[in-house]
Design a protein around this ligand. Structure first.
Ligand SMILES: NC(=O)c1ccc[n+]([C@@H]2O[C@H](COP(=O)([O-])OP(=O)(O)OC[C@H]3O[C@@H](n4cnc5c(N)ncnc54)[C@H](OP(=O)(O)O)[C@@H]3O)[C@@H](O)[C@H]2O)c1
Length: 278
C-alpha cells in the first residue's frame, strides 16, 4: 500500500487522494480484477462514468476489496443525454443501483453540451442529489469558465472539481489559473495522453533518465507539481505501480518548463464550447 499519497481537500471539505485511477475500458470480470489490483497497490479514487458502462464492476470492487468503504473515493458522471432535472435525478439513482452503492463520493456532469443548454438544470439535480445523500461532493468535467460562472450565478453553488483534458501536449494554463482563483480542483483526464506519442517524447525521455524514472512517472509528477490531480488508467499491474511511485522525487523548475513547453493543443479535438457527448 502506497502510504505517501498526499491528500487534497475540496472546497466542500471532502478529502480525496492526490492521484486517482482511471477506469475507462475496464469492464466486466477483467475490469474488476484490474481495479482490485489497483486498490491493493494503494489507489483509493476510482474514476468511472455512467457512459463507461462499468459502474457495476466498480460496485463489485467496492464489495470485494478489504479496504473499508469510507476509505474509497468512488466517482461517476452524469451523461449528456440526461441533463433535464427529473431525468438527471433518475440517472443518479440509476448509477447507485448499477453500482449497488448507497452513495458516490464524487459525481460529475460529464460534458456541458452548451448547445442543448440544460447543464444548469443538471447542476440543480446534482445539488438536490447531494442534499438527499446520494453524493458527497459534486463537480463537473470539461466545463469552461463561462459555464462554471453561470452555474454559480444561477445556483450559488460552486463545483468542487473540474475534470479536464490535461497532459504535456495540452497544459491548460488558463483553466488551471481560473480554477486556482476559484478554489476548484483541476483533475487531469488522459494525463498520459492515452499512451500516444507523448510516451516516446525524447525531451521527457532525457528528464526521465536523469531521475532514473519512467516517462510516465515524469509526466504524472509534472501534473502533481502543477497542482493538478491525475487519474491515469492502467490495466497492467506494472503500469499501475509505476504510476503510484511519483511522490519520492521532484522536478526542477527548468524541467517543469521543458515539459510545459511541449504544449501544442488538444489530442482529440474536443473543445467543450462546441463538442457534444451524450
Ligand atoms: N471526463 C472525460 O471526459 C474523460 C475523458 C477521457 C478520460 N477520462 C478519464 O480519465 C482516465 C484516464 O485517461 P485515459 O484512460 O484516456 O488515458 P491515460 O490514463 O492518459 O492513458 C492510459 C493508457 O496509458 C497506458 N499506461 C498507463 N500507465 C503506463 C505506464 N506507466 N507506462 C506505459 N504506459 C502506461 C495504459 O496502458 P495499459 O492499460 O495497457 O496498462 C493505457 O493504454 C480514463 O480512464 C477516464 O477515467 C475522462
Amino acid at each position: 500500500m502506497a502510504e505517501n499519497i498526499p491528500e487534497v481537500i475540496l472546497n466542500d471539505g471532502v478529502k480525496i487522494p492526490g492521484i486517482g485511477f482511471g477506469t475507462y475500458k475496464m469492464n466486466g470480470a477483467e475490469g474488476v480484477e484490474g481495479m482490485k489490483k489497483a486498490i491493493d497497490l494503494g489507489y483509493r479514487l476510482l474514476d468511472s462514468a455512467f457512459n463507461y458502462e462499468n459502474e457495476g464492476a466498480v460496485g463489485e470492487v467496492v464489495r470485494q476489496t478489504l479496504v473499508p468503504r469510507e476509505e474509497l473515493i468512488v466517482c461517476s458522471k452524469l451523461p449528456g443525454r440526461h441533463h433535464a432535472y427529473a431525468e438527471a435525478l433518475n440517472t443518479i439513482q440509476e448509477s447507485l443501483y448499477r453500482g449497488g452503492l448507497d452513495y458516490y463520493d464524487l459525481y460529475l456532469i460529464h460534458w456541458p453540451n452548451p448547445r442543448v443548454d440544460l447543464y444548469v438544470e443538471a447542476w440543480q439535480a446534482m445539488i438536490e442529489a447531494r442534499k438527499r445523500g446520494y453524493i458527497r461532493s459534486i463537480g463537473v468535467c470539461n466545463f469552461l469558465p463561462e459555464h462554471i460562472d453561470r452555474l454559480v450565478k444561477e445556483t450559488g453553488v460552486k463545483p468542487s472539481l473540474n475534470q479536464i483534458e490535461l497532459h504535456p501536449f495540452f497544459n491548460q494554463e488558463e483553466m488551471r489559473r481560473y480554477h486556482a482563483e476559484q478554489g476548484i480542483v483541476t483533475e487531469s483526464w488522459s494525463p498520459l495522453g492515452r499512451a500516444s506519442r507523448l510516451l516516446e517524447d525524447p525531451r521527457i525521455g532525457s528528464i526521465a533518465e536523469a531521475h532514473d524514472k519512467s516517462i510516465s512517472q515524469i509526466i504524472l509528477r509534472w501534473h502533481v507539481q502543477l497542482g493538478a490531480l491525475p487519474i491515469p488508467k492502467a490495466s497492467s499491474t506494472e503500469h499501475q505501480l509505476d504510476n503510484l511511485r511519483i511522490f519520492d522525487f521532484e522536478l526542477t523548475a527548468d524541467e517543469m518548463q521543458v515539459i510545459s513547453s511541449l504544449n501544442s493543443g488538444r489530442l482529440w479535438n474536443q473543445d467543450p464550447a462546441v463538442y457534444e457527448e451524450f
